[in-house]
Design a protein around this ligand. Structure first.
Ligand code: S3P
Length: 195
């Protein structure tokens, strides 16, 4: 069963704001980077909505990511992912957690770069750290079934994550809460020129 795609904004006493021209924050990074966990926490701190691209795609298709890979193959999955991304980027006041492979596609990078008022954050960590984190989670990830191939994908994708990012955070030694603090601090101290 697909999971729920969006969560309603929740206000906290320590609600933060971001520069007014910023209308969505996109979280990128490899599997295990913490995109969904950090996205949810960040959205709550901003009083914004949170959208997980995989969950959004599962809801649009009525199938889980694993089912989509198994039934139709990765190429078809990537096509669906691009369409889901285009619709997700139309939302405002939203923190959007991408799938780990989303920035590998040229079209997706263009979509993210060319959608105005969009701020991209790369959650970085070395491959062994990411792999260990994934092993502790009970999430079915078809792309991780071959660890050596997954490491090659990581090496291929990292330059794309870096180039796409307005901000990169090394999450290796940070808890999700510390990552959100670092991110909020950087958002309010980094000059932001809207695209
Ligand atoms: C993938 C990452 C997954 C999901 C799919 C493919 C990838 O998302 O989109 O299994 O190619 O890295 P997470 O990064 O949220 O696990």
């Amino acid at each position: 069963m697909p999971s729920s795609q969006t969560e309603t904004p929740s206000s906290t006493p320590t609600q933060q704001s971001v520069p007014s021209q910023m209308r969505r924050i996109v979280l990128t990074g490899f599997m295990g980077a913490g995109k969904s966990t950090i996205g949810r926490l960040l959205a709550a701190r901003l009083g914004w909505k949170f959208l997980d691209l995989d969950a959004h795609l599962e809801n649009r298709t009525g199938a889980t990511i694993s089912e989509l890979f198994a039934r139709h193959g990765e190429t078809h999955f990537r096509r669906l992912e691009s369409t889901a991304l285009a619709s997700a980027l139309a939302r405002s006041s939203t923190v959007l957690a991408l799938g780990g492979g989303t920035p590998e596609e040229f079209t997706n990078r263009l979509l993210i770069e060319q959608t105005p008022a969009t701020f991209a954050v790369f959650l970085d960590a070395p491959f062994p750290t990411l792999f260990d984190r994934c092993m502790l989670q009970e999430i079915a990830r078809p792309v991780l079934s071959d660890p050596a191939a997954a490491e090659q994908r990581f090496t291929l994708r990292r330059p794309h994550y870096l180039r796409l990012a307005n901000l990169t955070i090394d999450t290796s030694d940070l808890t999700p809460e510390e990552t959100v603090e670092t991110l909020l601090n950087a958002l309010n101290h980094t000059p932001y020129s809207p695209r």
